[in-house]
Ligand binder design. Structure first.
Ligand code: SF4
Ligand code: SF4
Length: 138
């Protein structure tokens, strides 16, 4: 998981989402990708919240921190989490819903973002389990 420090949007909260305790790898916890953290109760939250490592404290997905991502990008709705890593927009898809990102409105929006980011060297990468795909802009 990257070190992403943002402020949450006041109207949004993680609620029952635990995707970022599941999908990314987290070195500080020796946690592989797509494996639920040993401190996480799925769909409930962290049982070690006060002692969670800095990576967890600092991370917010794009939906939580950027109002440009609409309600359809709530990770509990879209079954994926999105975050920026330098020029890369990373999309981690819940392998239990492997094709959801190819549906609309998701694929169209990812294509648009890929096209908009390309002139400045940006790009969009989707991870579904062991599969990796670069989104081609429209
Ligand atoms: S993926 Fe986003 S909404 Fe879900 S728990 Fe992580 S920060 Fe919260
Ligand atoms: S320590 Fe807590 S916040 Fe961090 S990944 Fe594990 S369950 Fe999630």
């Amino acid at each position: 998981m990257p070190d992403v420090s943002n402020l949450p949007l006041i109207e949004r909260s993680c609620r029952s989402c635990t995707l970022c305790c599941d999908l990314p790898d987290i070195d500080e916890l020796d946690k592989p990708a797509n494996t639920l953290c040993r401190h996480c109760v799925r769909d409930q939250g962290c049982t070690a919240y006060a002692a969670r490592p800095g990576t967890c404290r600092d991370f917010l997905c794009a939906w939580m921190s950027d109002g440009d991502w609409g309600p359809e990008w709530d990770p509990t709705v879209c079954h994926m989490m999105v975050y920026a890593q330098g020029p890369q927009l990373t999309v981690l898809v819940d392998p239990r819903h492997p094709d959801f990102w190819r549906q609309e409105p998701y694929l169209g929006q990812l294509k648009r973002r890929a096209a908009e980011a390309a002139p400045a060297g940006g790009y969009v990468i989707v991870y579904v389990g062991d599969e990796v795909e670069k989104v081609q802009g429209d």
